[in-house]
Design a protein around this ligand. Structure first.
Ligand code: WQD
Length: 329
């Protein structure tokens, strides 16, 4: 049994990853401010296995040092960050302070505690608008938002902690995380997300007037943007495999985590109508600034380096999301 410190472990992807750790007998020390997540989620996870909850901020070095002094931490999975790309363009200082300076303070505590492995919540948004598809990890980096730039900067900071202190890292560059646990226990809180699928679910359930489709005049088959939607449980599995990879090979790496399939906004709406047997109230509006036309992953490295493969397809993503959003009404 390993002791894993999970920052942001009460959040959407964090909680699904904690469940995956508990399922294999690991002990999760969840470190979370609960600023954008719920204590209720901690209670659900505590009923699943060995969980210790510490409420704290990654910038609170004294509190972090205390956690490392109290618990024999074997590795860290780091989710805690602000993640709204749109907000980041209005409040850059908030994002650089928490996401980059906070990660630096976390790494300093990790290094001084003698912990030598961290899995990082990276983002495909570091690629910006790719010149061709699918995207692999060798592609040029071109972050187009402050949020995306903070994710790139964190990778660069971790690289120096590897070079100077042998703190190994795996940065998992997520594509579009979506869906909910198959058993409906946990999922994404709609209040914390303006992402497409939660918005479509809430509109279909009548909790918001309609889904605004940000442009249907793109050079794609149906005119709407294309993304790579990855089930949150598949994403969680990639984190566990990244821990095992570092234990096996004692080195760092950067890995795309996506299905390799591109899906358009209209296709998401069509599948939701089929799964829910309801009409999705939608209207076409203007394009959203900063939206790449299309991006989806080349996930060869995740398969070869981590031994990972997605288990869920689009129908399951939509079905599990629909089941979850119906349950929280
Ligand atoms: C998806 C598509 C929108 C809302 C996300 C995360 C980002 C990163 C990558 C991890 C786009 C369209 C959306 C709506 C719409 N993941 N849309 N109406 O922008 O691809 O980025 O995945 O780091 O953090 O945010 O996700 O869900 O906002 O948009 O038409 O009301 O849906 O234009 O084409 P995005 P998204």
């Amino acid at each position: 049994m390993a002791n894993i410190l999970v920052t942001g472990g009460a959040g959407y992807i964090g909680a699904h990853t904690v469940r995956a750790l508990l399922a294999r007998g690991d002990h999760a020390v969840i470190y979370d401010t609960l600023a954008t997540s719920k204590a209720e989620t901690i209670g659900k996870l505590e009923r699943e296995g060995a969980v210790t909850f510490v409420q704290g901020d990654i910038s609170d070095t004294a509190r972090l040092d205390q956690v490392f002094a109290t618990h024999p931490i074997d590795a860290v999975i780091h989710f805690a960050a602000w993640k709204n790309a749109g907000e980041s363009m209005l409040k850059p200082a908030k994002y650089f302070e928490n996401n980059v300076a906070g990660t630096n303070r976390l790494l300093d505590s990790i290094q001084r505690a003698g912990v030598r492995r961290i899995v990082f919540s990276g983002s495909c948004s570091v690629y910006g608008t790719p010149a061709r598809l699918p995207v692999d990890e060798s592609f040029p980096l071109g972050p187009e938002s402050v949020y995306a730039h903070t994710k790139l900067m964190c990778e660069q900071v971790m690289d120096w902690f590897d070079r100077r202190h042998s703190v190994r890292y795996v940065s998992l560059r997520y594509f579009n995380a979506a869906g909910a646990s198959a058993d409906g226990l946990i999922g994404e809180e709609p209040a914390q997300s303006a992402n497409l699928i939660p918005v479509v679910m809430e509109a279909t359930l009548g909790r918001r007037p309609k889904i605004q489709v940000f442009g249907d005049d793109y050079p794609t088959p149906d005119g709407t943007c294309i993304r790579d939607y990855i089930h949150v449980s598949d994403l969680a599995d990639a984190h566990v495999r990244a821990l095992d990879f570092m234990a096996r090979e004692d080195r760092s790496d950067i890995v795309n985590v996506g299905t390799g399939e591109g899906t358009s906004v209209k296709q998401i709406i069509d599948v939701t109508e089929r799964v829910s047997r309801r009409t999705v109230p939608a209207e076409i509006v203007g394009r959203r600034a900063g939206d790449p036309v299309a991006i989806y992953a080349d996930n060869t490295k995740a398969r070869t380096v981590l031994g990972w493969a997605p288990q869920y397809g689009l129908e399951a993503i939509i079905a599990h999301a629909w089941n979850w959003h119906k349950s929280i009404g």
